[in-house]
Design a protein around this ligand. Structure first.
Ligand code: CA
Length: 150
């Protein structure tokens, strides 16, 4: 999957990006909110991991702008404080889930997996190609429901 990581803290960004790449994800990193918004316009990400406290434009505003522009990309918000208020603000801004720092990296991976399983796009037939298969299947939440015939 292609993931945008938005984190201004260099060591945190390096750590998360390295782990995501080890999990076979393609990762772009933005270190401020303005770059994050621009990258989201230019690229089609499968998920965005978004820190709240960012220079230029905070994560809540980045998320609100994404939703206002009609994007339904899954957003995992990283909140620094374990405060109800911070989590409520993130969800209200259009985030799908949140994780409080410091977190266990395995939990971040699990939450990204859960977010990207939820296909919230319209269930329209879509042409997909997977290995030897080339067909038009209705895509469901769990992905193509094709039985392999052999
Ligand atoms: Ca930050």
């Amino acid at each position: 999957m292609r993931i945008l990581l938005v984190e201004d803290e260099p060591s945190g960004a390096r750590f998360i990006a390295k782990g995501l790449r080890e999990a076979k994800h393609a990762v772009d990193v933005a270190t401020d909110g303005i770059a994050a918004s621009r990258l989201c316009q230019e690229n089609d990400y499968d998920a965005v991991i978004l820190d709240v406290m960012l220079p230029g434009k905070d994560g809540l505003t980045v998320c609100r702008d994404l939703r206002a522009a009609g994007s339904d990309v899954p957003v995992l918000m990283l909140t620094a404080r374990d405060a109800v208020e911070a989590r409520v603000q993130g969800l209200d801004a259009g985030a799908d889930d949140y994780l409080t720092k410091p977190f266990d990296f395995r939990e971040l991976l699990a939450r990204v997996r859960a977010l990207t399983r939820r296909d919230r796009r319209p269930l329209a037939p879509e042409r997909i190609e997977v290995g030897p298969w080339r067909s038009t299947w209705p895509l469901r939440r769990s992905g193509p429901t094709a039985a392999r015939s052999n």
